[in-house]
Design a protein around this ligand. Sequence first.
Ligand SMILES: Nc1nc2c(c(=O)[nH]1)N[C@H]1C(S)=C(S)[C@@H](COP(=O)(O)O)O[C@H]1N2
Ligand SMILES: [Mo]
Length: 312
Amino acid sequence: MANILIRPPWHLPDSQITPESAYLRRREFLRSMGFIGGGLLTGLAAEAADAPKTAVPRNPEFDPKEPLSLEEAATSYNNFYEFSTSKTRVKELVGKFKTDPWTVEVAGLCEKPFKLDLTALTRDFSPEERVYRFRCVEAWAMVVPWTGFPLAKVIEKAQPKSEARFVSFTTALRPDEMPGIARLADYPWPYTEGLTLEEARHPLTLLATGIYGRPMPKQNGAPVRLVVPWKYGYKSIKSIVRIEFTAKQPATLWETLNPKEYPFESNVDPKVPHPRWSQSTERMVDTGDRVPTRYLNGYADLVGKLYPNRKT
Ligand SMILES: Nc1nc2c(c(=O)[nH]1)N[C@H]1C(S)=C(S)[C@@H](COP(=O)(O)O)O[C@H]1N2
Ligand SMILES: [Mo]
């Protein structure tokens, strides 16, 4: 138990997981990961790639001006511990997971608690496409087009009370459909995350229902997940069933397991190393290229004001 708590198995920097990647040439790397021709994974991701594209306008305001990561990579290299700790196996294990029908409960310290169904999630809030950088605490990164809408729209509708200072998020807990849960029986399921109300209201904070112009694949968090691009990836909680306004800072799964390694705030910062690895560079998930990590994942212009006391 103690061992698990101190060293969650998957949170190895991926320089350790795939040390060879640094030495491989781009195409060899892509092939070795199965992202191009002949790889094992190519056929397996075909299902997601077959889903029809849905036309939503791309919001040009958030363009990171970097090439998009390969869709194949973003949808077949996943962290979703309810299914597996193996990034490449998650998508093979999501088959039983039922994401339709779906309800998200919006509750807690607010004047107007309500429920969101799939129609509300995918149509009522004028979804748009936004290309964001995404940075996992394990030091891999990608650039992906999300379909979604600002969480702020849901918050406005709920009208948080003046005592509300945080927002907590909860993932579905369905051990019968999620084979990874029983294998990590000591984890404080369900997966939970949280933001300050100010962070949750920020226009960058997205509730996403799709990726690459298609409905969200189950392995990426169908039918709705959070995307908080200036924080480490574990804050971007998947398959959300509950959004709750609270007065106190909510417990989160990763902070409960290991507060030193996975603190509540978790802003991307190249100057603050993880206790077990440097955060100064990151590996692009599809090409294997190693690039410098940027403060707030490149979003300092937009969200830097939220953190006036940064000490680094
Ligand atoms: N419910 C849930 N949400 C989750 C996770 C998880 O294991 N369970 N993993 C997190 C981590 S560590 C990362 S990096 C991202 C990965 O998202 P992706 O698979 O779409 O790249 O999801 C986050 N959200
Ligand atoms: Mo992550």
